[in-house]
Design a protein around this ligand. Structure first.
Ligand SMILES: *Cc1c(COP(=O)(O)O)cnc(C)c1O
Length: 440
């Protein structure tokens, strides 16, 4: 059993997180329940920040809030002194509601609407990460809402795509995001933004993938970006103040995953930028990064109550739980793998091999295939680890299931930070259909 952060097995043989017994949490708040280990989030945030401080590099560590956005989460991010990425009006609204400092908010997305851009300019947020030519024109249209010059980064596709264990380089990246670095789009975008004095071009951005365990992809992306920066310096006198290298740092979901410490990604990134800057004798840019999954992924655990059990003789044992793809779509969406324990029998030996079935009406709603567990009975408590990123954030109302509650635990204290939805919440926006045409 791999225990993340403050998770441990207590004297009663129960899983405990943040000093709180998960059996008590389930009793108090019901199931399914997302439990976040606040100390682990803080620890990761500090590791990122401290590595930049160690190198004396000006930096912003921006939490990619799409991984898990809520008022309390945004407040925690602020408490740790990080910046914040948002990708929609809704995430921006959440950040504003949480009182997050506006100048530390960065707005991403490949199809920001006019209304979203207006909102961002009115609120005078830190920067807009411009994705495409259409967005440059939209920003000009709404520029009267800006308080001063519009601070922008340009999202570039460097032609490096990093996956979990490998990376590919493509001369011409086929991506819906960003301006191509190789095909001249990046040069054209820089020109258009710089020739319009409504913009302040802060710098450039790239994001090469997610759940990355290697540093090679980052090094290659930096090399490609700086090859271009050299050209821009010589030909158009443009040197970025900010180089944003995105997120994508991997975490351990199961024993197949072999992440490196977050500080190591940052070390490698800084060292490569140092090397490039020294080669071309330019002012050292600010380095920004955008961790999402690596800040919250392994800090989240979902608690479920065990229900029905079905045995298919000689084939498989299905153990059903009171949630599923509605609170964790990742297994169904991309065969994501998870580890789990029986939280109320955490010390008992694994005697069974079962497959964990969600309660949604889809055969594909399976959370974990063939996992060893102690003998499980109805009302036992199943804890699935590492559900903190892209779990609640991707939750749906499929089958009209209500979204679970979220609690933060820290130092023996548990606090509800998102209430469980009620049936009333489900029909809140439903309207009756009033028949206007009488049947003949
Ligand atoms: C999704 C995303 C991130 C965060 O990715 P993680 O894999 O969760 O770290 C960062 N930056 C951008 C632009 C993204 O789209």
């Amino acid at each position: 059993m791999f225990l993340h952060g403050t998770s441990r097995i207590n004297n009663e043989g129960h899983l405990e997180i943040g000093g709180v017994d998960t059996v008590h949490l389930a009793k108090q708040f019901g199931t399914p329940l997302y439990v976040y280990d606040v100390a682990l989030i803080r620890q990761k945030a500090r590791q990122f920040k401290e590595t930049f401080e160690k190198h004396h590099v000006k930096a912003q560590v921006a939490y990619a809030s799409k991984a898990f956005s809520s008022v309390a989460m945004v407040q925690l991010v602020h408490d740790e002194g990080l910046s914040l990425d948002v990708v929609s009006g809704g995430e921006l609204y959440t950040a504003l509601k949480a009182g997050f400092p506006k100048e530390k908010i960065h707005f991403h997305g490949n199809n920001k609407s006019k209304a979203e851009l207006e909102m961002a300019l009115q609120e005078n947020i830190g920067c807009i990460v411009v994705d495409n030519f259409y967005e440059i024109e939209l920003l000009k249209e709404v520029s009267s809402h800006a308080k001063g010059k519009i601070p922008v980064l340009l999202r570039l596709t460097p032609g490096v795509e990093a996956h979990t264990h490998d990376y590919i380089t493509t001369g011409q990246e086929d991506s819906k995001f960003g301006f191509g670095l190789q095909n001249g789009q990046a040069d054209e975008a820089i020109k258009r933004v710089r020739e319009d004095d409504r913009f302040h071009l802060l710098g450039i951005h790239c994001h090469i993938g997610s759940q990355i365990f290697e540093t090679t992809g980052f090094v290659m992306a930096i090399q490609k970006l700086f090859t271009k920066i050299k050209e821009w310096k010589e030909n158009i006198d443009f040197i970025p103040e900010v180089v944003n290298l995105g997120g994508g740092f991997g975490i351990r979901y199961t024993e197949e995953d072999t992440p490196i410490p977050v500080s190591q990604y940052v070390d490698v990134i800084i060292n490569e930028v140092k090397k490039q800057v020294a080669l071309m004798d330019i002012p050292f840019p600010e380095i920004w990064i955008e961790p999402g999954r690596s800040l919250v992924g392994d800090a989240g655990t979902t608690l479920y109550e065990v229900g029905a059990r079905k045995s298919v003789p000689d084939i498989r044992e299905y153990l059903s739980i009171d949630g599923g793809m509605s609170d964790n779509i990742r297994p169904a969406l991309y065969q994501a793998k998870y580890e789990a324990v029986l939280a109320n029998k955490a010390n008992e030996p694994n005697k069974d091999v079962v497959s964990i079935a969600g309660k949604c009406c889809e055969s594909g709603d399976m959370l974990i295939w063939d996992i060893p567990l102690p003998a499980a009975k109805p009302h036992d408590l199943l804890a699935v680890f590492c559900t903190g990123a892209y779990g609640y954030a991707m939750a749906s109302h499929y089958n009209r299931l209500t979204k679970p509650a979220v609690v933060f635990v820290e130092d023996g204290d548990a606090q509800l930070v998102i209430k469980r939805e009620t049936y009333e919440d489900l029909v809140r926006n439903d309207l009756s259909y009033k028949v206007k045409v009488k049947k003949p």
